[in-house]
Design a protein around this ligand. Sequence first.
Ligand code: ITT
Length: 196
Amino acid sequence: MKKQIVIATHNTNKLKEFKSLFEGTPYEVLGLADIKFNGEIKEDGETFADNAVIKAQTIHKFTNLPVIADDSGLCLNALDGFPGVNSARFMEGLPYSEKNAAIIKMLEGYSDKSAKFVCAIALVGLEKFPQVFIGEVKGMIINEERGKEGFGYDPIFFHPNSQKTFGEMSIKEKDDISHRGRATSLLFEYLKTHYF
Ligand code: ITT
């Protein structure tokens, strides 16, 4: 029988990516709807890691199952890492087409278009203390949206090695190189040694 692990996210696209990443592992991935949690989680940490731990601990208290949470975001080098931990709250409520247009505009006067996606994954409920795994991927912001795959800032995030934006990649292609894919590989190395 598969072991159960909860992904503490309200973001259905993240949940989809985690389900794809966990395919072929001994874990059945549950979302917040499966455990009937529909509250809000206050993300007031200063770092991606802090917020991931806050989310995972909140849900672990609710369900008692092992929980992983992801806090992630886009960091623009020319703007000192903006929007960073506030990536989800930047222009909150507006569609990503508008947020992406705003990011392109903010970078207009800068020759440095380099950016990175960061993902901190916290695992809570297997050990006494939370474990945190961090993945990053470097890229650059292009001047138009390209591709309909993925979510959020994916269509303006160009990955030079692939010569594609994340918006032009299938979920599997993105899994192989993304910040979330990399943090999850570290999580799996840990889980394999101790819990697979
Ligand atoms: P949960 O907190 O419920 O997990 P959220 O979307 O609010 O969902 P975060 O606080 O971690 O999650 O914010 C992450 C934001 O960063 C996300 O909403 C996107 O704007 C951006 N982001 C993170 N990973 C991304 C990815 O793989 N592709 C595109 N944008 C991403």
